[in-house]
Design a binder for this molecule. Structure first.
Ligand SMILES: [Fe+2]
Length: 490
């Protein structure tokens, strides 16, 4: 039995108060961008002495043919902060099969999840979508991997950003079994858990994986989904992998017949009940619970409190508004972000009762935490945000949210700036004490639409509202990125 009445259901919520911000405020953010290899333009302020390493970001770099926010050839942006205080910038495309096939072409040659080939269904029928490796970049047991939920990881050289091979982890992944873009690491065991949605089998399901301390990937389980839904991220606790399955259902048949792109087939089904699926990390039977009919984008983290699962997540704005925003991403005012927000969900494993409360009154998504607090009751989360309740538009600020109920503090980069996912980097001098959880820096790749250039803002997590302690100005537009990681040197 679900206490769905206690859950803030954002479905159908359009926007908050008008703010005057619109597509002109982030003009150029979705442009296709170029590969670069050059020093940063300048550094304002003082780079923290302990912050030496590379911020890697991934997101579409070439969108010439893309009809969806989610489409576009993956490009790795690397901002290398060196011990002498200099910063080097490098951007390079992930040379996927699709990228190589379309290089130099003036028309699309590969179908993607959000963009069908021109020419009608006969050009698209039975064509599986190309893999663009455009969503995340992580360090995975010593290898840098570019990830997208539609395919296998690509290995990226950490210095040159050259694309290596695609990994199937010694045959653990068959060609049609993807390795999703949001692996989570148990900081105690060092194991990395991930999943992939398997649309290729008659009954759509999830395959789960565990990478052991040596980096060997093992299949854990496969379990069916109640319907062919869109599952992008999950939450990890000490014993479980938790999946929220919204009633956002894809028509595999329409897609296979070439009648619509995958994203265009997604429909919100009021006649279906959303689910939480709780899968043991060790494998074995999963449990399903009725869940609130909302869209969850990403998770701060989750932990166990006896029989209760506590799940902190970023809820997205309502469907179909989010669908319209993602489909008309170049010109949209992105009102759906006005209904995004951070929530704490509690799931009682004994009673099945689910409840939710907001963690912040501000629109917020793209959450991150201190990596050592994954699976634990961490206190702080960081997220992209807007600066007034209900404010729509692409996110313009960064928030530090006290997940223990202490509110939030924010920094507003400005109405002509965009900042999506922040990355928290622990200070290497910090202890493992909870008192040091926020000792570190928050790195934001910020786009400024006035000069149409990007910058990296570095904020002290302990005084985030004071603004950047250093800003690295880039002499170019780095474009839109979804996710990234900082890899320390030394
Ligand atoms: Fe994501």
């Amino acid at each position: 039995m679900t206490a769905s009445g206690e859950f803030t259901d954002t479905k159908g919520v359009l926007t908050g108060p008008p703010t005057g911000r619109g597509a002109a405020n982030w003009a150029g953010f979705f442009d296709s961008v170029e590969e670069v290899d050059l020093p940063a333009e300048s550094v304002e302020g003082t780079l923290p002495a302990g912050l030496v390493g590379t911020l890697y970001r991934n997101g579409p770099g070439k969108r010439d043919f893309s009809q969806s926010f989610f489409d576009g050839d993956g490009m790795i942006r690397a901002l290398r902060i060196q011990a002498d205080g200099s910063v080097h910038c490098r951007s390079r495309f992930v040379e996927t099969k699709k990228y190589r096939k379309e290089r130099g072409s003036d028309r699309p040659r590969v179908r993607t999840p959000g963009t069908d080939l021109p020419g009608g269904f006969l050009r698209n029928i039975l064509r599986t979508p190309g893999h663009e490796a455009n969503t995340h970049i992580i360090e995975h047991h010593g290898q840098l991997l570019a990830l997208e939920e539609g395919g296998h990881p690509y290995v990226i050289d950490r210095d040159t950003l050259a694309t290596g091979g695609m990994l199937d982890f010694d045959g653990q992944l068959k060609s049609y079994q993807p390795y999703s873009a949001h692996p989570h690491t148990d900081p105690k065991s060092g194991e990395i858990f991930n999943f992939g949605v398997d649309f290729a089998s008659p009954k759509v399901g999830i395959r789960s994986y565990r990478a052991d301390r040596q980096g060997r990937v093992h299949a854990i389980d496969r379990f069916a989904l109640p319907y062919g839904s869109f599952v992008h991220d999950y939450a990890l606790t000490e014993r479980f992998m938790i999946f929220h399955v919204p009633p956002l259902v894809a028509s595999v048949l329409r897609f296979a017949l070439g009648l619509d792109s995958f994203f265009a087939t997604l429909q919100w089904r009021d006649d279906l009940t959303a689910r939480f699926i709780v899968a043991p990390r060790a494998g074995g039977p999963v449990r399903e619970f009725d869940a609130p009919s909302v869209l969850i984008g990403h998770y701060f983290g989750a932990h166990e409190r006896g029989d209760e699962l506590v799940i902190d997540c970023g809820q997205l704005g309502g469907w179909p508004v989010a669908a319209e925003d993602t489909a008309s991403y170049r010109t949209s005012d992105w009102t759906s972000f006005g209904a995004a927000g951070a929530h704490r969900v509690r799931l009682d494993l004994r009673s099945g009762r689910v409840s939710s409360e907001p963690l912040s009154s501000l629109p917020a998504e793209f959450p991150r935490i201190h990596p050592d607090t994954e699976t634990l009751d961490g206190r702080f989360g960081y997220a992209g945000c807007n600066v007034a309740p209900g404010e729509g538009g692409i996110l313009r600020g960064v928030a530090k949210i006290d997940r223990h109920g202490g509110g939030e503090e924010i920094f507003d980069f400005g109405e002509n700036k965009v900042s999506l996912e922040p990355v928290f980097v622990p200070d290497p001098g910090a202890s493992s004490s909870p008192a040091d959880e926020d000792r570190g820096w928050v790195l934001c790749l910020v786009y400024d639409s006035r000069p149409r250039k990007s910058e990296v803002a570095i904020l002290d997590a302990r005084c985030l509202a004071d603004g950047p302690v250093a800003t690295i100005r880039l002499p170019y537009n780095a474009g839109a990125t979804f996710h990234g990681s900082f890899v320390a040197e030394g």
